[in-house]
Design a protein around this ligand. Structure first.
Ligand code: DMJ
Length: 560
């Protein structure tokens, strides 16, 4: 008979801390080397055996298309190359992708996966091109080939948003539109980071508008007790699966409300999250675990922990809710220690895996939380988790041809799959955990703020405010968004002034009219208004304020 001893969380915390070893810098450096070797074992094998397919099959040593047919693993891994310091390979692959990837193909692509992996991966690589030593266009980061690729791939997703509610279909197929209207919650609410970035870098408002519309529609469907379910019919707005929780099917919706609020300084998104969080804490939170409940009644439907939920402590730490984050992390870490990985589902009352959910497909979430919590606390317990993860993956999942998803953590059977998030997320977060002075943490090894110049005339200060990671661990730089949207606004003002001048020879009060159409968080709207006069676009380069004044002076003197 098995006897389960329930250890109170505080005692667990004390025991764990007592056991946490201290990692000296040389040990951290040695672990970083091991993580790099892990990356190149998988990456080289993908290139040699699977490219241009989406994924490597690590048991049969060949490739397969999974989420589209976009060489997904290469796009997803691109920014990890730079994170590991490999600028030459980053440059080679960035060029190769521009030549080889075609988004104009007939595939039934997942809107969610294409967005987080392809659009997110390309946007991040675009923003990191300066650090990678790529040749930059004069107006970078407001233009560039990788940005155009990201825009191109995102444009292919836009038809999915043309629904009565604005909530998108889960898949998009331009040839035979036979998509089911049932979409998971995360599939509706995980666009604002990539789409707002696209809009603000390119000046095309449509992406941010559709992402916001989907978020607002979804918000209206929450239950009277403030929860959302798992799957919704995006045409009728009826909840088809009514389990409410923070894991599979929902997870990144909450993540994007928080990260969207931070990146866009958006009060509306923050308020949405805080209201959800109150309901989540009220109905689903027990002993620092999060359960699944019926979205209308709040009654428990599944007392399980899902491995996808392990992002939550990291998210809480971003909001400064450290005590709760630390306690929940300890619960999840105890599951990792029990199995040497996180099973997809873990029964909390029974302390066992759940039937058909015993696998560990090399997911990143617990390592991601460890990275945030180490950054917030400096506690070496989180490094210990990182080392445990590295040892486990090497021991259980390594094959001659890569790393394989673990089908069952009890007997270590493997599946013939290496998802692209292993290179994009799992290895990146592991590396960043062991490199606390990496530039992606916002400072250099001397503790100084890390930044670089961009924009025409060098007026963009980039990277100085830290990075926001999308849900596939692709870092986005909020400073680039602000710089490019400010320049778009400048261009519009200047264009209006010039047009007014050319129409009646003197500046009018309407010169500033477009400034109100810039996104400003809560009620931000972009783009020209219905009925607005169609104007000829002037191709003015982005100008710093002093140069704008000079041009204005010239215009006035030319006209007088
Ligand atoms: C990734 O594609 C993303 O993190 C997504 O949000 C959830 N699933 C995987 C990783 O587990």
């Amino acid at each position: 008979m098995r006897v389960h001893v329930i250890v109170p969380p505080l005692l667990l915390w004390i025991l764990n801390n007592a056991a946490a070893q201290h990692f000296a810098e040389e040990q951290m450096a040695a672990v970083r080397q091991r993580i790099k070797s892990m990356f190149y074992h998988a990456y080289d094998s993908y290139l040699n055996n699977a490219f241009p397919y989406d994924e490597l099959r690590p048991l049969t040593c060949d490739g397969q298309d999974t989420w589209g047919s976009f060489s997904l693993t290469l796009i997803d891994a691109l920014d990890t190359l730079l994170v590991l310091g490999n600028r030459t390979e980053f440059q080679r692959v960035a060029t190769l992708l521009q030549e080889s990837v075609d988004f104009d193909i007939d595939v039934n692509a997942s809107v969610f996966e294409t967005n987080i992996r392809v659009v997110g991966g390309l946007l991040s690589a675009h923003m990191l091109s300066g650090k990678a030593g790529m040749e930059l266009e004069p107006n970078w980061p407001c233009s560039g080939p990788l940005l155009r690729m990201a825009e191109d791939s995102a444009r292919k997703l836009l038809p999915a948003f043309q629904t009565p509610t604005g909530m998108p279909y889960g898949t998009v197929n331009r040839v035979s539109p036979t998509e089911t209207p049932v979409t998971c919650t995360a599939g509706v609410g995980t666009f604002i980071l990539e789409f707002a970035t696209l809009s603000r870098l390119t000046g095309d408002t449509v992406f941010e508008e559709v992402a916001r519309k989907a978020l607002r529609s979804l918000w209206k469907t929450r239950s009277d007790i403030g929860l959302v379910g798992n799957h919704i019919d995006i045409v009728t707005q009826k909840w088809v699966a009514q389990d409410a929780g923070i894991g599979a099917g929902v997870d990144s919706y909450f993540e994007y409300l928080v990260k969207g609020a931070i990146m866009l300084q958006d009060e509306e998104l923050l308020q949405m999250f805080l209201e959800y969080d109150r309901a989540i804490q009220n109905y689903t939170h027990f002993d620092d675990w999060y359960l699944w409940v019926q979205m209308h009644k709040g009654t428990v439907t599944m007392p399980v922990f899902q491995s996808l939920e392990a992002f939550w402590p990291g998210l809480q730490s971003l909001l400064g809710n450290l005590d709760s984050a630390v306690r929940t992390f300890q619960n999840y870490y105890s599951v990792w220690r029990q199995f040497g990985g996180l099973p997809e589902f873990y029964s909390i009352p029974q302390g066992t895996t759940v039937d058909k959910r015993e696998g560990y497909p090399l997911r990143p979430e617990l390592i991601e939380s460890a990275m945030y919590l180490f950054r917030a606390t400096g506690d070496h317990t989180y490094l210990q988790l990182g080392l445990d993860a590295l040892e486990s993956i090497e021991k259980i999942a390594k094959t001659p041809c890569g790393y394989a998803s673990v089908k069952d953590l009890r007997d270590h059977q493997l599946d013939n799959r290496m998802e692209s998030f292993f290179l994009a997320e799992t290895i990146k977060y592991l590396y960043l955990l062991f490199d606390p002075t990496h530039f992606l943490h916002g400072h250099d090894s001397d503790g100084n703020v890390s930044w670089e110049e961009g924009g025409e005339g060098g007026q963009c200060v980039l990277g100085a405010g830290g990075y926001i990671f999308n849900t596939e661990a692709h870092p986005l730089d909020p400073a680039a968004l602000y710089c490019c949207s400010r320049h778009t606004q400048d261009r519009r003002e200047l264009r209006d002034i010039l047009l007014d001048l050319s129409q009646d020879g003197r500046p009018s009060k309407s010169a500033n009219r477009d400034t109100e159409t810039q996104p400003t968080g809560r009620s931000g709207r972009m783009g020209s208004k219905a009925g607005e006069k169609k104007r000829v676009l002037l191709s003015c380069p982005v100008q710093p304020f002093s140069a704008r004044l000079a041009i204005l002076g010239q215009v006035f003197s030319d006209n007088t």
